[in-house]
Design a protein around this ligand. Structure first.
Ligand code: NDP
Length: 313
């Protein structure tokens, strides 16, 4: 099966949906290929308090449902597929997915970023049995139990706060002697009575019979006063940052050393003419939904101009 489209947008987070709204209104008849995690990272966020004009805050999944409805209102076609191979060396570009093959004259990459893991063998052993990178998805299973959150950034603080409303106790495992999160978030977790912050602490491994029962930790690793100890936990949540979803584009698009797509100056143009990148996949700095949405709009405008110049609009 081959499906040709003027513009394909890969990814269904704020960047992808915003690109679709702009492109659809410009009559490009865009197609969004959603990927497996439709809606992106905001689907696993509870309260979004910094979405402009939502003065009372909005739940992440509700916001993403509104994004989708907005894109569909102008005729965006949604394809629920996962692309595994791309050929961007020749135009039309070719994308191969689990469900079929697609070609397009212009492409917007908005595949986002995914959670990082520590790389411990026991994380794999207990995948789905106590290890998670999404408190919103899995927190429900830990009501009145004890959990740990790894990380000291805004995500870790948000996850810890969320879990603290369900679990009996929440440990935060923080490798530095401080939290790097924004002050308001820091205060919230520090003042929450059932959150205990373990500073200067790293995780050595997890243990348990059929699921996570505890974590082996080390405080002041490699220093004179190094101390190893265990905590008993039922769940272990990772919140240590994200990696851009760019495996698909290795050797096809220019990537920076961390794997983010390199864009030209202030535009969303990539190293391949006709391919644009928007959102977290090209943003190692801001990683905000509103910034992603803004770059999605830019990408659609640039793709439209490109197609117009080529006489392919
Ligand atoms: P960050 O990169 O900000 O924080 C990652 C945390 O994980 C840091 O505390 C880091 O430690 C720790 N870490 C990283 N690798 C390891 C490791 N191998 N072992 C142990 N700890 C590790 O990521 P976030 O996901 O928290 O945030 C990303 C961006 O998104 C930030 O700009 C943040 O402000 C923003 N954000 C904003 C929100 C909001 O405004 N509501 C909500 C969530 C995120 P160390 O400090 O030592 O490097």
């Amino acid at each position: 099966m081959s499906n040709h489209h003027k513009l394909i947008i890969l990814g269904s987070g704020p960047a992808g949906y915003t690109a679709a709204v702009y492109a659809a209104r410009a009559n490009l008849k865009p197609v969004i290929i959603t990927g497996v995690e439709q809606g992106g990272q905001l689907m696993t966020t509870t309260e979004v308090d910094n979405w402009p004009a939502d003065a009372e805050g909005v739940q992440g999944p509700e916001l993403m449902a509104r994004f989708q409805a907005h894109a569909e209102r102008f005729g965006t076609e949604m394809i629920f597929d996962q692309i595994h191979t791309v050929d961007l060396q020749n135009r039309p570009f070719t994308l191969k997915g689990d469900m079929g093959e697609y070609t397009c004259d212009a492409l917007i990459v908005a595949t986002g970023a995914s959670a990082k893991y520590l790389g411990l063998p026991s994380e794999e052993t207990f995948a789905g049995k106590g290890v998670s990178a999404c408190a919103t998805c899995d927190g429900f299973f830990y009501r009145k139990r004890t959990v740990a959150v790894v990380g000291g950034g805004d995500t870790a603080c948000e996850e810890a706060m969320y879990l603290s409303s369900l679990a009996k106790k929440v440990y935060m495992i923080v490798r530095k002697p401080y939290l790097r999160a924004a002050e308001i978030m820091r205060k919230r977790v520090e003042e929450k009575e059932n959150i205990e912050i373990l500073y200067n602490t790293n995780t050595l491994g997890l243990y348990g019979e059929n699921g996570v029962e505890g974590a082996h930790l080390v405080r002041f690793k490699g220093e004179e006063n190094e101390e190893k100890y265990d905590i008993q936990i039922d769940g272990f949540f990772l919140a240590i940052g994200h990696l851009p979803n760019t495996d698909l584009f290795k050797g096809q698009l220019e990537l920076d050393p961390q794997g983010f797509i390199v864009t030209k100056g202030t535009s969303t143009a990539t190293s391949v003419e006709g391919v644009y990148a928007a959102g977290d996949v090209a943003d190692p700095t801001y990683r905000q939904g509103v910034v992603a949405a803004g770059s999605g709009a830019k990408a659609a405008i640039e793709a439209e101009r490109f197609l117009q110049d080529k006489g392919e609009k």
